[in-house]
Design a binder for this molecule. Structure first.
Ligand code: UGY
Ligand code: MN
Length: 248
């Protein structure tokens, strides 16, 4: 018998591991026929939000972005998107970036469709245009080698332009792949493991993680990771970028 008093999830002041076993659903106005798990948000001390939505047949996500932009990524299944008048069928691995003050409607999902969202309050940059709606897809062919290590590949899903203040990347670690150093940086991360297993080291603590797990890393939370097991590990992650780093 499994012991329900155990979990791999942890919530600390500068990082969290959220495994699916502890999910409790939230009701979100305009998001119907679905379960919504709010995995990261400002209640934790984060400056982004991350949710995972699981839709039933007939489910719908309808709304309008306000001060925050939203990045939607299809983890499983498929559905129909209409964003600011642009229509597209989104299948597994396809995403849409919805800038501020735009309407969105996602409908006709296949049963069990899962959608990941990253939300960030947009910080305009004088002299640069607010980004427009952007569709794209996961593609390993668009993932260059990271830091001269053939075992590490990163695909940037949003353009590396100053108008954007957030990045969303897919990081693939082949067997034996690990971060080349312990990263210590001001940028914050939210992430979801899409494939495989790994060991993540956060603030000097070691955590086994796998497909379906999410992680929050606050600014300056020290981080290192290595893949584990017999298949590559892959995660999609958020990072705040391109803005003046201090109010001083
Ligand atoms: O972009 C990054 O900071 C990335 N290398 N960090 C991470 O995967 N934990
Ligand atoms: Mn990092």
């Amino acid at each position: 018998m499994e012991i329900s008093a155990l979990t791999r999830s942890v919530v600390k002041h500068n990082h969290a591991i959220i495994a699916p076993d502890g999910y409790i659903n939230s009701n979100v106005p305009g998001w119907t026929g679905c379960t919504v798990n709010v995995i990261i948000n400002e209640q934790m001390g984060a400056r982004l939000a991350q949710t995972l939505i699981t839709l039933r047949e007939g489910g719908e996500l309808k709304g309008q972005t306000q001060a925050a932009q939203i990045f939607f990524y299809v983890v499983e299944g498929q559905l129909q998107a209409t964003v600011d008048g642009q229509e597209k069928t989104l299948t597994k691995g396809v995403y849409v970036y919805v800038p501020v003050e735009k309407t969105y409607l996602f409908q006709h999902p296949s049963e069990g469709t899962q959608v990941l969202t990253f939300h960030k309050v947009y910080e305009p940059l004088p002299g640069y245009e607010t980004p427009g709606v952007l569709f794209g897809a996961r593609d390993l062919a668009k993932a260059p080698i990271y830091m001269n290590d053939e075992a590490l590949r990163i695909q940037e899903l949003l353009p590396n332009e100053l108008g954007f203040d957030m990045a969303v990347n897919i990081f693939t670690y082949d067997m034996g792949g690990h971060l080349p150093m312990v990263e210590t940086h001001i940028m914050e991360h939210g992430l979801l493991y899409l494939e495989g297993q790994a060991i993540y080291v956060l603030d000097q603590q070691w955590y086994p993680v796998k497909k379906g797990d999410s992680i929050w890393m606050a600014p300056y939370c020290q981080q290192w990771a290595t893949t584990m097991g017999k298949e590559p590990s892959v995660y999609i992650y958020y990072k705040n970028v391109n803005r003046f780093p201090t109010v001083l």
